[in-house]
Design a protein. Structure first.
Length: 124
């Protein structure tokens, strides 16, 4: 039987590094990235015990997976910062622009932190 692969072994290894780099996100949010073998990596999000996961996204390259997980991490931080404020109803981009420059720089520096954790050159 000829089994079609949707992801190369090299990209699968890189995706595993990306998934591992964002481990702290999984502990904080209702999200996880898992190796789906020949199909790539899946990101499962918003679990409901009766229905399963609301969002299931598949990734076959490490850059796309990194970008997705980074966006989820940043959005979670902005959502937390906006609790109990008028910013809560803003778009995430507007929230980011609305916070103090120092805090914004701190959040954006975290992207490089995650990139370094992957060990992959030029991931961002």
């Amino acid at each position: 039987m000829n089994e079609k692969k949707f992801i190369t072994q090299e990209e699968q290894a890189k995706c595993r590094q990306v998934a591992d780099a964002f481990a702290e996100l999984y502990a904080e949010e209702d999200i996880i990235a898992l190796d789906a073998g020949i199909y790539g990596f899946v990101v499962l999000q918003y679990y409901d015990p009766e229905k399963g996961f609301e969002n299931v996204d598949t990734f076959m390259d490490s850059r796309s997976l990194f970008a997705h997980l980074w966006d989820e991490w940043l959005n979670a931080q902005l959502f937390t910062l906006s609790k109990g404020t008028p910013m809560r109803d803003m778009l995430f981009e507007d929230m980011l622009n609305g916070i103090q420059a120092e805090k914004r720089q701190e959040l954006m520096a975290k992207q490089h932190y995650f990139a370094e954790k992957t060990g992959i050159q030029n991931i961002i």
